[in-house]
Design a protein around this ligand. Structure first.
Ligand code: FES
Length: 96
């Protein structure tokens, strides 16, 4: 099971999730890391869920067109849209 380490407001939340987990979906059903993960549309349209990937980015699928449109050059700085990520491996991420 992948371990998710989530940094938010100076706190660090750590939990295991099932393979193929979407963190925005889990926040929506009030599972980890609810209520800490900020999100809105869940569809890659608003960028509210933007997170910086601190480790494990190499295990994520390549950014899709929605992430490219919303994040632009922030993708090169390690940012992704949490609502567009399905977690298969350990990951550490931060939301500002
Ligand atoms: S929640 Fe809107 S882009 Fe992810």
């Amino acid at each position: 099971m992948p371990t998710v380490v989530f940094h938010k407001n100076g706190e660090i939340y750590r939990d295991e999730v099932k393979d193929n987990t979407n963190l925005v979906v889990r926040a929506g059903i009030k599972q980890f890391p609810f209520p800490h993960l900020k999100y809105s549309c869940g569809m890659g349209k608003c960028a509210t869920c933007t997170c910086k990937i601190l480790s494990g980015a190499e295990h994520l699928a390549a950014p899709n067109w929605k992430e490219k449109k919303q994040l632009g050059e922030k993708l090169d700085q390690g940012y992704r849209l949490a609502c567009q990520l399905w977690i298969h491996q350990d990951i550490e991420l931060m939301q500002e």
